[in-house]
Design a protein around this ligand. Structure first.
Ligand code: 5GP
Length: 185
């Protein structure tokens, strides 16, 4: 530790609990999280520039042309992308920098930065996954079903990741990831 920064890719379907895991992980001052750009609308409580930078599709396409993203992907009809510049800065200045991105974006980053550590987070089973999706009152039934189908497809890609973590209990999953990142003693 205390060496150069490390890039960590975290993926997992909606309902895997990756957002809660990353909220806990980033309480550790050694860990920073990338802020992605997206064309989707903010959900209640989401702040521009904090959870995401919310932009129009035309602006997003301009940033693609300018080479501002290390990766980008379309997910459920919206574009999501990781800005490249903060990664460079973070590797020089921070100890651990996490990208919470979908599998398509993750494959692009693995290709470009082979030193990145990749972690896939899963819900313990389908029933738990569906329940977690239903608890999200922000999405309607059609959106929940679409996300469930997408989740099943995404799970197929877990074999490309360095580690797979089952999120049955939030604190245990966080501890397991801290262990992988050698942050716990
Ligand atoms: P949500 O709309 O639920 O916040 O995110 C939908 C999916 O997009 C999640 O799997 C999330 O990890 C992924 N995502 C968020 N930011 C990025 C990004 O910058 N690039 C890619 N490829 N996926 C992202």
């Amino acid at each position: 530790m205390g060496k150069k920064g490390r890039l960590v890719i975290i993926s997992g379907p909606s309902g895997s609990g990756k957002t809660s895991i990353c909220k806990k992980l980033t309480k550790n001052p050694e860990i920073r999280q990338s802020v992605s750009y997206t064309t989707r609308e903010p959900r209640e409580g989401e702040r521009n520039g904090i959870e995401y930078c919310f932009i129009e599709r035309s602006e997003f396409e301009k940033l693609i042309r300018e080479g501002k993203f290390i990766e980008y992907a379309e997910y459920c009809g919206y574009l999501y992308g990781t800005p490249v510049e903060p990664i460079r800065e973070a590797i020089d200045n921070e100890k651990v920098f996490i990208l919470v991105i979908d599998v398509m974006g993750a494959l692009q980053v693995m290709d470009k930065m082979s030193e990145a550590i990749s972690i896939f987070i899963k819900a313990p089973d389908d029933k738990t996954l569906k329940l977690r999706l239903k608890k999200r009152l922000t999405d309607d039934d059609a959106a929940i079903n679409e996300r469930f189908m997408v989740a099943k497809e995404e799970m197929e890609y877990s074999k490309y990741y360095d580690y797979c973590v089952i999120n049955d209990n939030l604190d245990d999953a966080v501890k397991e990831i801290e262990g992988i990142l050698e942050l716990s003693d």
